[in-house]
Design a protein around this ligand. Structure first.
Ligand code: UDP
Length: 412
């Protein structure tokens, strides 16, 4: 069931030239107070998606500065993952119908996973709703601090889902959220805000030369000599791939030759079980300008990087969003970015300053056209976006915030 993820090595020193020197000094100073602290992260998935992205970088860095950090990933049946996903979708506001039977499936698997929590931890950090059930399956001597790391926007949750989650959260000591506006009132006892970050040293975010990016996208049938609009996202309704296609078709009327790449993993543990990749493909209707690319075509981090780097405009037309790491990634690559005014996106994009914020396919199309017609201005905004990411949304800042919180926990 529960399995331990093997993470590689990372050194804080490798970030020296990418972030402010003071920040690294602050990290080292905080780390002295939590040396040897046993911290276990638990998540539903070990690859793909924002949480895995974050943990791949964070866990080795925590170890590098002296914390005894590990990461475990839940196991279980499709049904169990569907219930977890329904809790997830419900907390983000989707109407859900989670039955008592569903909850029994969830609790049974949570118990089985709890059996795999061998060893003693000073702190357990459960990411999103899937691992919340672990806490109840474990005898606790009270020495362990349980933290819920919520990556979701809880500002307008489905009340039925909240009532399902409330008893699971009850024994948790702390909740960590991306933004103050995401806190659901009275759901966790001690809410803390820590925005996420991206790791500039991963293959996804390292600088890729323009000719290499062009080479990679051409292998997937994209013409690197024509303009490209890219969205990188899971194929699911919140990411609105259909809306992206509508915006693309409108924009192409003004920018002949424009191409669209929709890049994302095909298989996701959807609560609804629907195949949104197929639905998106139907909506694209065989349009030769639209490229749907998934992990089935061997699309790894370097390829995602290439599609972002090659894009004349990156879009993120989400209807709801946690933080929107894909926006952070696009800005870090200094790409002109057009994204919805939802979730953590306005924290990253100030409209017409570091990119464009939009609220409809029509506005999205208009801003894509603006960005392509005035590349100098679009690039200037993108460079400001990159600076914002450098100042606020790279891994060392995230590490500093977590170390601050862990120090607080250790001193309790
Ligand atoms: N991602 C990826 N491969 C894909 C699609 C997405 O590696 O085919 C990554 C993407 O680059 C980003 C993360 O998954 O780092 C998605 O995070 P985000 O916060 O944008 O959305 P989430 O999936 O967490 O809702």
């Amino acid at each position: 069931m529960l399995r331990e993820m093997q993470v590689g090595r990372r050194r804080l020193a490798d970030y020296r030239s990418l972030v402010a020197r003071d920040l690294l000094a602050e990290v080292r100073e905080l780390a002295t107070a939590v040396r040897g602290l046993r911290v276990c992260h638990v998540s539903a998935h070990g690859t793909r998606g924002g949480i895995a992205e974050l943990l791949v970088g964070m866990v080795p860095l925590l170890n590098d500065v002296g914390v005894d950090a590990s990461w475990r990933v839940l196991g279980g049946s499709d049904e169990y993952f569907r219930v977890g996903r329904a809790l997830h979708d419900g907390l983000q506001g989707a109407p859900t119908a989670i039955s008592d039977h569903d909850m029994r499936v969830y609790e049974r698997h949570s118990l089985l996973n709890a059996g795999g929590m061998t060893g003693h931890f000073d702190v357990v950090i459960a990411h999103d709703p899937h691992p919340l059930g672990l806490r109840q399956g474990l005898d606790s001597d009270g020495d362990t601090t349980w933290i819920w790391r919520c990556h979701l926007d809880l500002s307008e949750p489905d009340p039925a889902a909240v009532e399902r989650v409330r008893p699971l959260l009850d024994p948790f000591d702390l909740g960590v959220f991306h933004m103050p506006s995401y806190l659901a009132p009275n759901l966790v006892r001690d809410p803390v805000v820590i925005p996420p970050a991206i790791d500039p040293l991963t293959p996804k975010n390292m600088l890729l030369a323009a000719d290499d990016a062009a080479h990679v996208v051409s292998r997937f049938g994209v013409d690197p000599t024509r303009p490209l609009m890219t969205q990188v996202s899971r194929f699911e309704p919140w990411k609105d791939p259909m809306g992206v296609i509508d915006a693309f078709r409108l924009a192409r009327e003004e920018v002949p030759g424009l191409q669209l790449a929709l890049v994302g993993p095909r298989r996701t543990a959807e609560a609804s079980g629907e195949d949104h990749f197929q639905r998106t493909r139907d909506h694209a209707g065989g349009d030769p300008g639209i490229h749907l690319l998934s992990d089935e075509q061997d699309l790894g981090p370097v390829e995602v990087n290439a599609f972002q780097t090659q894009a004349d405009v990156v879009v993120q037309k989400s209807l709801r969003e946690g933080f929107g790491l894909t926006v952070t990634e696009a800005l870090w690559k200094a790409r002109p970015t057009v994204a919805s005014d939802v979730g953590g996106i306005p924290r990253q994009i100030t409209d017409a300053v570091t990119g464009y914020l939009v609220d409809s396919p029509e506005r999205c199309a208009a801003r894509v056209v603006d960005s392509i017609r005035d590349p100098a201005w679009a690039h200037e905004m993108a460079l400001r976006g990159k600076q914002r990411v450098r100042d606020e949304f790279l891994t060392p800042r995230l590490l500093r915030d977590w170390l601050g919180l862990l120090r607080r926990v250790a001193m309790r």
